[in-house]
Design a protein around this ligand. Sequence first.
Ligand code: SAM
Length: 296
Amino acid sequence: MDNLVTVQDYISELALRFDASELFYGHGTDNSYDEAVYIVFVLLGIEFDQEVDLSAKRLSAGELTKLEAAAHRRIDEHIPAAYLVGSAWFAGYKFNSDSRALVPRSPFAELITSHFAGLVDTDPQRVLDMCTGSGCIGLATALTYSQAHVDLVDVSKDALALAESNIFLHGLESRVRPLLSDCFEAVTARYDLILCNPPYVSANEYAELPSEYFAEPALGLLSEDDGLALPIKLLEQAGQYLAENGLLIMEVGFSEQALKDALPELPFLWLEFSYGGSGVFCLTADQLRGYSATGK
Ligand SMILES: C[S@@+](CC[C@H](N)C(=O)[O-])C[C@H]1O[C@@H](n2cnc3c(N)ncnc32)[C@H](O)[C@@H]1O
């Protein structure tokens, strides 16, 4: 390490150490170099759009100690980079991130930055982010639609405290409120848009996940009945909380096929993504009310 004096040298060397360590990428970056850049930039306070000559900037002893502490935790404990530096980017916005909630990474980001192209033609006024975690989905939506009022629901007090810190971070206290609730239990309003990334990982899949996932709260990932318990419970209730022409958009990831098999009567519209991701569907209020009316 002694001969690593410039930021550029340190980043290149760190990426090589990551490569030799069988790390998993998928919590914000998808390769060792970007992961190294992310950790180094955030910990050194370098903005991503800042012009800096990384080969000319030398690390102080204090900076090197700080970077090495994070590098060791990434390599030895497989802690996701976002938790090491305390922040993550989602849909173009920065959010506080720590082990109280999953690292933001949902394909919902692409839907939000495209203004839900092809799905939503009038700006939503009332939005619910069910299973909000850090609040990233609901908050990015609130930042996209400046008139929208957004409720962030989670059953975890810890996750909701993190979401609240993100409400403050973006100065959205007047339009966004956190709500502690087990599914829809404490929800009373109706919404134009319900966005939901619930836990949908089965116990078998969970046991096979890379170590990085075990740094995240299991409550955010695991769902009983082969991953379908929470998604199905939410599907059964969502219709009652949608406005007349409301829309539910839910992510179930690799549980897509299992959900189709379990509920063949539901006309899911599965969405396509340009920047990666799958297993996100859309259903209208009418379609959901029809489903509830079948006695489910
Ligand atoms: C997959 S994480 C999604 C977090 C965030 N929306 C995101 O995309 O990064 C699921 C979240 O659902 C919450 N959760 C789990 N069971 C719940 C329930 N019964 N009611 C409400 N929220 C629940 C967890 O605490 C966790 O924060």
